[in-house]
Design a protein around this ligand. Structure first.
Ligand code: ADE
Length: 239
């Protein structure tokens, strides 16, 4: 999969994607990440990429032209159609379902804003989709883009080994994850639930499911409306 990132700080995202499973995916050619800097497409001695907002007010707005030229260069770098995604607090919330959908694409272009944002006309003309990583404001879209790159890359075929399989992740079934334990069995901070050492796989699976359901019910009851629940799950929750 190819991900192009249009950003005033493209090296930042490259750094974020250089470690762990995503870094390995890059090394193994399962993910190719390319940075594009709108400043390289700005004109004049100062290579301006922003200007004051019409109507007044604080902050600056990113200019249409450097961004448009930069996006065009990114689009045309290879002959593969790309979905252009703008990261902003005004976007639709990023969910695991959306991440899965993006991971099914061969190419996306992530557009990062800085300052107060991007001229609305560029968004209307060039952006296919606007995504937010949460109801808070970051100083730019780069951290959000890094989140998308990480979450998407780990779902691509071959990126995770069996041991790290994404199937059991939180949210893959719409629930929060169960707790996890490793050695030692006894520790001053507590002991490991005995069922996990029982060797009884059916019991272990049941315990994990109950934990996932219980945690979701306690911490994020809103998720239960959307989760795929079996009859047995419903019985547990209604008890
Ligand atoms: N840019 C600034 N804040 C953001 C957010 N919450 N999500 C995505 N992009 C952003």
């Amino acid at each position: 999969m190819r991900i192009d990132v249009v950003s005033l700080f493209p090296e930042f995202i490259a750094q974020c994607a250089a470690f762990g499973v995503v870094g390995r995916a890059g090394e193994r050619g399962l993910l190719s990440l390319h940075g594009w800097n709108p400043r390289d497409y700005a004109e004049g001695n100062y290579r301006r990429v922003d200007d004051r907002p019409f109507g007044g007010g604080p902050g600056m707005v990113m200019l249409i032209e450097p961004l448009r030229a930069c996006l065009r260069a990114a689009r045309e770098a290879v002959d593969v159609p790309a979905r252009v995604i703008y990261l902003s607090p005004q976007g639709a919330p990023l969910t695991q379902a959306k991440v899965r959908e993006l991971a099914g694409r061969e190419r996306v272009i992530l557009l990062c804003g800085r300052y107060e944002g991007i001229d609305e006309r560029l968004i209307q003309a060039e952006v296919d989709e606007e995504l937010s990583i949460g109801d808070y404001v970051l100083s730019g879209g780069e951290l959000a883009a890094a989140v998308v790159v990480d979450a998407v890359a780990r779902l691509r075929e071959g990126v995770l080994g069996d041991a790290e399989s994404a199937v059991q992740d939180s949210f893959e079934d719409g629930l929060l994850d169960c707790p996890h334990y490793t050695r030692p069995v006894e520790h001053e901070l507590g002991s490991v639930p005995p069922v996990l050492m029982s060797g009884n796989h059916a019991q272990i699976a049941k315990w994990r499911r109950m934990q996932a359901l219980g945690r979701t019910w306690q911490r994020r009851p809103d998720l239960l409306d959307e989760a795929t629940l079996s009859k047995a799950d419903r019985k547990l929750l209604d008890a």
